[in-house]
Design a protein around this ligand. Structure first.
Ligand code: PRP
Length: 210
């Protein structure tokens, strides 16, 4: 649908027809979900709690949130609005080199930070920690830039699969080692905008392969 910025038609609620079209598409999207692992309410409640904790821990400090794209953008947006402090934002985008080099923990930086972090209090925001190799690489890389402090806030950590020891100060949920989508996480770039985290029905993968 075309958006006319500044035009009267772009403001307010969508027409009935387009609303029904959108909501039935969302329904079909949600039918691809096998099981909801973390509900919207659970996510929002935990974010509010961690937001309080961060507000206390970073009081009087010059806080910089660094989001790891793309997955972290939904979590980061909600989290930041629960931290009652002035803060700045920056982003990195990284990509694994592939199976052969994943074990070495080498990731390719697709987009680096826009600004230096020397002397800044940096909070790295991740959606999920799986093998931990991405995070481990990022922490090593960012430490060389000599921030005043560097901590991690991860929405989820998979239990028992980390290949490297990691110190994650703020971790909202531990989940089993299953493939999850929603709340920033994708399968083939879809499902990121679901407000909860869940697993996909097996036929969704099958249909994608065939
Ligand atoms: C996910 C996630 C982490 C990484 C974790 O990103 O956002 O950055 O994988 O995996 P690891 O602990 O095994 O290193 P993904 O590669 O799916 O990219 P995306 O966020 O752009 O979807």
């Amino acid at each position: 649908m075309e958006t006319h910025v500044g035009h009267e038609r772009s403001v307010g609620t969508p027409s009935h027809a387009s609303f029904h079209r959108l909501s039935s598409q969302m329904e079909a999207h949600q039918n691809d979900i096998e099981q909801v692992l973390i509900t919207e309410e659970q996510i929002q409640q935990k974010i509010a709690e961690v937001g309080e904790q961060l507000s206390a821990d970073y009081e009087g400090r010059d806080l910089l949130l660094v989001g790891v794209l793309k997955g972290a953008f939904v979590f980061m947006a909600d989290l930041s609005r629960h931290v009652r402090l002035p803060m700045e934002f920056d982003f990195m985008a990284v990509s694994s080199y592939g199976a052969a080099t994943q074990t070495s923990g080498v990731v390719r930086i697709l987009k680096d930070l826009d600004h230096e972090i020397l002397g800044r209090h940096v909070l790295l925001v991740e959606d999920i920690v799986d093998s931990g190799l991405t995070l481990s690489y990022l922490l090593k890389n960012l430490r060389t830039r000599r921030p005043a402090s560097l901590e991690v806030c991860a929405l989820m950590q998979k239990t028992g699969v980390q290949q490297v020891p990691l110190d994650i100060k703020y971790r909202l949920f531990e989940i089993p080692s299953v493939f999850v989508v929603g709340y920033g996480l994708d399968y083939g770039e879809r499902f990121r905008n679901l407000p909860f985290v869940g697993t996909l029905r097996p036929e969704v993968y099958r249909d994608a392969v065939s």
